[in-house]
Ligand binder design. Structure first.
Ligand code: NAD
Length: 420
């Protein structure tokens, strides 16, 4: 098969997949069917800049498989977005949804743009034009979008409004992660970070660590990183290091996370918060701590970093932060580190997105306590399954998690058969 997805991020998903396929002894034909996306769209989005000039941005949407229901996945606005990265993120979404037992295939979308370089008006124009171009390919029963890096509740509200204007009626279930005022669900904004913190607590129980005596380091202080930090502090954990793309702060006595969160919300970044606590971002991941939370980008923990880690738990809040080479090191040389793999760790976001979609379709509404209780129930179930499989089959938590996901998709494809 010609590979339009070639690139480092898709290569990583491919390597992970083949490791599982080898274990399951899958024939080649079945491998291609399970790995390659069903559909991939590339679009051009022209908009008027404030200067009066016209700029054209490249956008993508990849729908991985349609076997279990509509596809579901976030939308990333970032300068390095390309079709290979989007495809890998769609594949990971498929495994994540299958592991959590959600009736979805994975999807992902994005635009190659630095949203911080756009004015609010330009960002709105680009968001609306992107959704307009995607209208033929998405729908509440076809493909449902959500936020990811560089997008937020506001962008989802523009997506929903654009789709609804086209259809002549409000279609709130076309996106999740909307503001509550526009049909969103209470708790979606915090869901990924809250789920991450909940699973870290479960991992601490598994490793007999007392949250009140633990320290954490978090890379990335956006939606996921900041909420994870706040939730860990609420559980008694001392957060001693945080970073974003502008600054890195470390304080062994514990950082004032609420003050950092207020600062980041007001300024949009961490730089300028303190000059005394500034630290080298290159050293952040190898800072001595109990819990390391990568919550920014993919491929930040390589083999060499894995050898130098000084943590007991890695909670992968970001998608794809650990390379397959680093996995080899963790498996063979660092068995003392418990990894909560990304497709489990950050699944709180898509789980609550699923609740939001169901609410929109049925026009029912749950309160926050119900949402959090249902979220924790699904996370606990997935966590227990992964830990049990890993321990009984003597495999890593990542291999266990991906195997459960791939197997569910495979079983569904097998029982439905191959059309025609
Ligand atoms: P966001 O845009 O809100 O925040 C991203 C953060 O990463 C920002 O603080 C940014 O400054 C920081 N960052 C970027 N480059 C960095 C660098 N080189 N060093 C340190 N920090 C850097 O994005 P988000 O929604 O918090 O997503 C973060 C990660 O979580 C992504 O991998 C995303 O795919 C994943 N994720 C998000 C959700 C969700 O619900 N938002 C769900 C599942 C997974």
């Amino acid at each position: 098969m010609t590979d339009i997805y070639a690139g480092p991020v898709f290569e990583m998903a491919r390597t992970q997949f083949h490791r599982i396929a080898d274990r399951l002894e899958l024939p080649d034909g079945q491998r291609s069917r399970l790995l390659y996306p069903k559909r991939a769209m590339t679009i051009s989005c022209p908009i008027h800049l404030d200067s009066g000039e016209v700029a054209v941005f490249q956008g993508y949407r990849v729908q991985h498989h349609l076997t279990l229901g509509p596809t579901k996945g976030g939308t990333r606005f970032a300068p390095n977005v390309d079709i290979g990265e989007v495809a890998a993120l769609a594949v990971w979404m498929s495994w994540k949804c299958a592991l959590a037992g959600l009736p979805y295939g994975g999807a992902k979308g994005g635009i190659t743009v630095d949203p911080r370089q756009l004015s609010l008006r330009e960002l709105e124009a680009l968001s609306r034009r992107y959704m307009q171009e995607m209208i033929p390919f998405v729908g509440p029963h076809i493909d449902v979008m959500a936020p990811d890096m560089g997008t937020n509740e506001q962008v989802m509200a523009w997506f929903m409004d654009t789709y609804s204007m086209h259809h002549g009626r409000t279609v709130s279930e076309i996106v999740t992660g909307k503001p509550v005022s526009a049909g969103g669900i209470t708790g979606r904004r915090e869901a990924t970070g809250l789920g991450t913190a909940h699973l870290i607590e479960r991992a601490m129980q598994t490793t007999n660590l007392d949250p009140g005596k633990c320290t954490a380091v978090i890379q990335g202080f956006g939606n996921v990183g900041s909420v994870t930090a706040l939730e860990l502090v609420r559980r008694g954990v001392k957060v001693i290091g945080v970073s974003d793309h502008t600054a890195c702060y470390v304080d062994k006595r514990g950082l004032d996370i609420e003050a950092l969160d207020r600062y980041a919300t007001a300024n949009g970044h961490l730089s300028g918060f303190s000059s005394e606590l500034l630290s080298d971002p290159k050293e952040l991941l190898t800072t001595e701590c109990d819990v390391l939370v990568p919550a920014a980008m993919e491929r930040v923990i390589h083999a060499d970093t894995a050898r130098r880690l000084k943590c007991r738990i890695i909670a992968e809040a970001a998608n794809g932060p650990t390379t397959p080479d680093a996995d080899d090191v963790l498996d063979t040389e660092r068995p003392e580190i418990l990894v909560i793999p990304d497709i489990l760790c950050n699944s709180g976001g898509v789980i609550v997105s699923y609740f939001e979609w169901v609410q929109g379709l049925q026009q029912v509404f749950w309160n926050r306590d119900t949402v959090v209780a249902k979220l924790c129930e699904l996370l606990d179930d997935a966590f227990s399954k992964v830990i049990a499989k890993a321990s009984s089959e003597k495999i890593s938590n990542r291999v266990a998690a991906i195997t459960i996901g791939v197997q569910r998709i495979m079983d569904a494809k097998q029982s439905r058969g191959l059309f025609p």
